[in-house]
Design a protein. Structure first.
Length: 188
């Protein structure tokens, strides 16, 4: 009931404006607005920012120069990969920013078989009393690749991976960035 109430309120607000496309950096929002809002009359063209930025680069609307010289691994956000099948665009963005395509390495569990970062289902705020948190386990998979940078396309995943990095004490050895940040750093 709460979801339906909030969805209808958001749809009423969105319908007050004229626009062509909703662009979201949040895979959860992308999924809800594109797949669930239509059930309540909210029919929009919705794009995830990784897909949108990829199109801008492919159409030469913006240009990025290859500048990343270090090894990078990509963490697939659950909704983006498993539920909405957006797998290639973020990897294509990494490829455009890397000076060596061999520097882009996959984690053991990737694409549709990726492990969750641990934020889903409200776990971001849930205390785990025993064992490692999911984000620590997932971050370890990134460490195992030998990458210096963990890229993702979800702000929740960025937070969870950064927390995993801190738990592992690796703030000086690795960094976590949204794919849009990596593209921005290489804009021509």
């Amino acid at each position: 009931m709460l979801f339906e109430t909030l969805a209808k309120k958001n749809i009423d607000t969105l319908n007050k404006y004229k626009f062509n496309t909703v662009i979201t950096s949040c895979p959860h929002c992308f999924h809800v607005i594109s797949k669930e809002y239509p059930d309540f009359g909210g029919n929009y063209n919705v794009r995830h920012h990784s897909d949108f930025i990829n199109d801008l680069l492919n159409k030469k609307t913006i240009n990025v120069k290859p500048y990343l010289n270090e090894t990078v691994t990509y963490h697939d956000a659950c909704y983006l990969s498993r539920h909405d099948d957006i797998i290639s665009p973020p990897r294509e963005l990494l490829s455009m920013t890397s000076t060596n395509k061999n520097n882009i390495v996959e984690m053991k569990n990737n694409k549709k078989n990726s492990f969750c970062c641990g934020a889903g289902g409200g776990n971001m705020w849930h205390e785990i009393n025993e064992g490692n948190r999911m984000n620590v386990e997932r971050f370890q998979e990134a460490v195992d690749t030998g990458a210096k940078t963990v890229a993702t396309a979800c702000s929740f995943c960025v937070i969870m991976m950064e927390d995993g990095m801190k738990v592992k004490g690796m703030e000086n050895q690795m960094k976590v960035k949204d794919i849009a940040e990596l593209v921005n750093e290489g804009l021509d």
